[in-house]
Design a protein around this ligand. Structure first.
Ligand code: ADP
Ligand code: ASP
Ligand code: MG
Length: 473
């Protein structure tokens, strides 16, 4: 069996879902399990509706729910007719009634708790999995929507719940395996799960990729396919840099670094279950199903380039802490890190000197409580609106002169570097710059590290055809 995950833009409307059904049909002999995100932008809209309700604007919240109801109704009626349509419409209407009840409840509480946030967001994937499953079934394939809350079991840390792997594996075995064995196609929502007592949870924004690999790992898939809106994993974000090129093959280690350092095309945790079971992960474009995409596997052939790709992680804050008497006393680093740990704040980069330590963290996790705790024993200051840029590739290992090359490029772009780090694995050089400088720095780096090959051929005076490869700079 294989797992096929379709992201929000891949299921955004009826034509997109038609394409999904055709892609799934083409893979039917491989016994796919289909994992879907909510229709594009739905998660953001549900969240905004919940926030409006909590702020006391019940009418605005219900208006958003009505517009989501219309969008799902329209999509269903463009995809289906007859019995297929009326069955799906009944499911959609009852779910939207429940959603409106929940929003009304949030409005009367005037509070959007993490628990209610998860309940609210779970509607996105529940609805999309119903629509996609009905569309596939109407095209003649045996198919069944499976409620992810019965399969993906997590702890109770709402909005970023952690999967309980043994319970999840057991549920997936009992719920999905029998369907796969009789060649029926299960369609399950990504991103959402439930605690053991059935309370809905979510595993973090963008988490449907992770759901797909959890399913693939638990059921021993031959391959996990991540279908999205770009040709595959690319040398940098193609929405940031037009010259980004498709990476045909990349190693688990390289792809995991890129995902952790901002390559949104994969949720950072996606590769963990795949690495554990050595399952290849393919990133493919649902708008161009015949495209080669990217294959992520244990080992990928090296090419001649110094780096495989460049990633940028925005929304970063630098927290600076200083020793009280202009030097860092013994045990200071341990005490500082203990505070970050206590507040469950993940530190992406650390750099230290004799007198101070700088830590780069995700902006939302540098909470006032964390800063207050640090302030009890040290001087603290913050620099918000920063970004981490990483250049990643196994060819970086032991390569002389690469740091000069990278920082020369960044300097040529007129960008100031605030922090620098290279991990022990030596496949990543990361540095922190101002968030506004990301486009200039990444484009310049890409131009210098991936010189564009212009191949022109012309006929020489002697009559032979000659190919000229020009490396731009
Ligand atoms: P989906 O909704 O399918 O999960 P996402 O929006 O989460 O899709 O991820 C796809 C996006 O990731 C692309 O549109 C692209 O802008 C972004 N992205 C960032 N870095 C990369 C990269 N190195 N290669 C490809 N896409 C990237
Ligand atoms: N729908 C969720 C989100 O927007 C999960 C996902 O798309 O992966 O974050
Ligand atoms: Mg995504």
């Amino acid at each position: 069996m294989i797992v096929m995950k379709f992201g929000g833009t891949s299921v955004e409307d009826a034509p997109a879902i038609e394409r999904v059904a055709a892609i799934v049909r083409g893979r039917a002999p491989e016994d796919p399990v289909v994992v879907v995100s909510a229709l594009a932008r739905v998660t953001d809209q549900l969240l905004a509706a919940g926030q409006a309700a909590a702020a006391g604007d019940r009418e605005l919240a219900l208006e958003s729910a009505r517009s989501l109801r219309q969008r799902h109704r329209r999509t269903a009626s463009e995809l289906l007719s007859g019995n297929h349509l009326s069955r799906l419409q009944a499911i959609l209407e009852s779910n939207f009634d429940l959603l409106e009840e929940l929003l009304t409840r949030i409005a009367s509480l005037q509070e959007l708790s993490p628990r209610n946030t998860d309940h609210l967001l779970s509607f996105g994937e529940l609805l999309s999995s119903e629509v996609v499953s009905a569309a596939i079934a109407a095209r003649g394939l045996e198919c069944e929507q499976v409620d992810a809350r019965e399969c993906l079991i997590t702890d109770g840390s709402h909005t970023r719940a952690v999967p309980l792997f043994d319970a999840t594996r057991a549920r997936l075995e009992s719920r999905l395996r029998p369907l796969v064995e009789r060649h029926a196609i299960p369609v399950i929502g990504g991103f959402i799960g439930a605690t053991l007592d059935g309370t809905p949870t979510t595993i973090g924004r963008g988490g449907s990729d992770y759901s797909a690999s959890i399913v693939g790992g638990a059921l021993g898939a031959a391959r996990i396919e991540i279908w999205t809106d770009v040709p595959g994993m690319m040398t940098t974000d193609p929405n940031l840099c037009r010259e980004a090129e498709l990476i045909p093959e990349i190693s688990f280690e390289e792809a995991a670094e890129l995902a952790s350092f901002g390559a949104k095309v994969l949720h950072p945790a996606t590769l963990l279950p795949a690495i554990e079971k050595n399952i290849p992960v393919c990133v493919l474009n649902s708008r161009d199903p015949a495209g080669a995409g990217t294959c992520i596997r244990a080992h990928a052939p090296r090419d001649g380039r110094p780096v495989r790709a460049i990633a940028a992680k925005r929304n970063t804050t630098i927290v600076n802490v200083a020793g009280e008497r202009a030097w860092i006393p013994r045990g200071f680093l341990r005490d500082v890190l203990a505070v970050f740990d206590l507040h469950e704040c993940q530190v992406d980069i650390v750099s230290s000197s004799q007198v101070s330590i700088s830590l780069a963290v995700e902006s939302g996790s540098a909470t006032p409580e964390l800063l207050a705790d640090l302030g009890r024993f040290t001087e603290v200051s913050c620099e918000p609106r920063q970004a981490i840029v990483s250049v990643v590739g196994e060819n970086l290992r032991g390569r002389q002169g690469i740091a000069a090359h990278v920082f020369g490029s960044v300097a040529a772009a007129g960008v100031n570097v605030r922090m620098i780090s290279q991990g022990a694995s030596e496949i990543n050089i990361a540095f922190v710059i101002q968030e506004d400088d990301v486009p200039a720095a990444v484009r310049r780096l890409h131009r210098d590290l991936f010189p564009h090959r212009e191949v022109a051929s012309y006929v020489s005076p002697a009559g032979t055809s000659i190919e000229v490869t020009a490396h731009g700079s």
